[in-house]
Each structure stands twice: as C-alpha cells, then as structure tokens.
Design a protein around this ligand. Sequence first.
Ligand SMILES: O=C(O)CCC(=O)C(=O)O
Ligand SMILES: [Fe+2]
Length: 312
Amino acid sequence: MGSQTHSQLPIVDFTSQNMKPSTGTWVSACQVVRSALEDHGGFLALYDKVSLETHNSTYSAMENFFDLSIESKWRKTTEKPIFSYSGQRQGIPLYESVGIMNPLSYEDCQKYTNVVWPKGNDLFCESVNSYAKQLVELDHIVKRMVFESYGLEMKKFESLLESTDYVLRGYKYRTPQVGETNVGVAPHSDTALLTILNQKVEGLGVKLKDEEWFEVGVSPSLYLVMAGDAMRVWSNDRIRACEHRVLINSMIERYSIGLLSYAAKIMEPEAGLVDEEHPLRYKSFDHYGYLRFFLTEEAIKSESRIKAYCGI
Ligand SMILES: O=C(O)CCC(=O)C(=O)O
Ligand SMILES: [Fe+2]
C-alpha cells in the first residue's frame, strides 16, 4: 500500500452566515478561491440559494426540452455565435446541450420559450429565469473575491459585471450502447469567463494541477466553479482555464446545468495583473470574435486556441 496522497479540489462553503465581505471567513475564502483558480482553474462551492423547488423544476424543464423533436431543438433562438442547441456531434454521440441567452431577463426567457414552443411553456420560462437569478449571486461573489484577492479596485469589478452576458446551459447524455464510447465530452476548457456547473448524475471530472482526475460529487447544493479561456486572458495567465471532461459510466441518462458568463465588450487583460514578473501575454479580447474563431481550421490546428486568437 502506498502512502501517496492525491490532491483534492478545494471546497468553499458559501452557505455560512459568516460569508460576508470583510469578515475573517470571507477574507480566508478569497485566498482559497484565488489559489484554487491559479492551481486548478476551479473549485467546488457549497451554495444553497437555488431552492430545491427551482433546482427540480429546472431539471424537469430541461428534460422537457431534450424530449422535443430534432427540428424543434434546432430552432434558431439567438443571433450571437453561441450554441443555442448542440447535439449529434461527431465523436461525442451521447452529448446534447441547450443554451438560453440572457436568462436573467424574464422577457428574453419568454422570447426563447416562444420560439421553441410556439404554444408557450411557462414551466420552462419561469424555471430557467429563477434558476439563473438564484445562481448568479454565486458568480458575482466569486468574481468579487477574485478582484479583492488581487487588491483590485471595486469599480473595476463593477464594470466587468456590467459588461457581462450570461447563458444558462442544460446538458443531456444518453447512455452508451454496447461497443459505443463512454466519453460524454473529451477533456477541454470552456471559452467562458466563468462556468458554474451542477450535475444531477455523476460523470464530471476535473484535471488537477498534478494531472490527477478529480471526480465531482452530486448534490443539489454542490457546484463546480471553473475559469474558462476568457478568465485566463483577463488574469494575464495568472488563472488557469479549468480542464474538465464527462464520462458516462452509470446506466441512467445524465443531466447537468451550467451558468456561463461572457464578456459583452472588448476586454483587456487586467492592467493590475501585468508587471515585470508577469509581462503582458494577451492582446485585447473580443469574446464573440473568439467564439467565431473557435471552430475555424486555424483554431483546430493550433496548439492553444486562445493563444492563437489573441496571445502575444
Ligand atoms: O455536462 C457537463 O456537466 C459539462 C459539459 C461541458 O463541459 C461542456 O459542454 O463544455
Ligand atoms: Fe465544458
């Protein structure tokens, strides 16, 4: 028996009453969040502000969506270069995902719902809107903690939040047939600033700093918070983009839900994170330009898509 200990993904408890700015709990959590993002690109969050009712109704609403006909799922719901629906993709036959742009706006949820369900679907519309509103607070807290831990001004944090677009994503994986791959999604990093994921069925793994895979648990109040390529640019490579993957090993369909954030305006690497030790690594960054670039041949051939797009 070896005495080798594997590293773990840090877990931060946001349910504590003491998790308020300026408290000791908050200040130490800021350090844990920053080191976890720098080391692994992510961490686990315990967060109980998404009610069980909203959690359950949003998963049901997502199941409802994935049960639709292929034609309904492929209806165009946004002009942005964001996958409104993705499925039947080469190499990942088990995977499907749906994205609702601007889920914090009830009106936009309604517009989305009316395109997909011309007769309406109040459960879908209300659930995704409530889910996003209850979860976005965690996104704000984490970003605030990142700004605080680097000693950056709060007005910079506020201006980042003001120019953020959100997408709520649902994921579904069917079980593999005999002889079929169990890879739900191959290892990758997300293009987003931050992705906050909850899974209803296990399968999500994170590649830690030491190259070990860490399996994320299942609970309505457990979220994986991950930095994406855009956070790497913003932080001038201080923060890693979290490498993750999904394996389907259970005999039931897997569902998960994520809240992803994107920079709505051209973003520069944060000036306060550029110094002699950390020279400027990226040019200015157009997030939607990056999403358009992402599936080009040049991007696919490159060693690192983000470096190929705006690296120095
Ligand atoms: O299914 C999940 O939980 C994550 C899926 C994923 O990583 C992706 O589509 O980018
Ligand atoms: Fe991902």
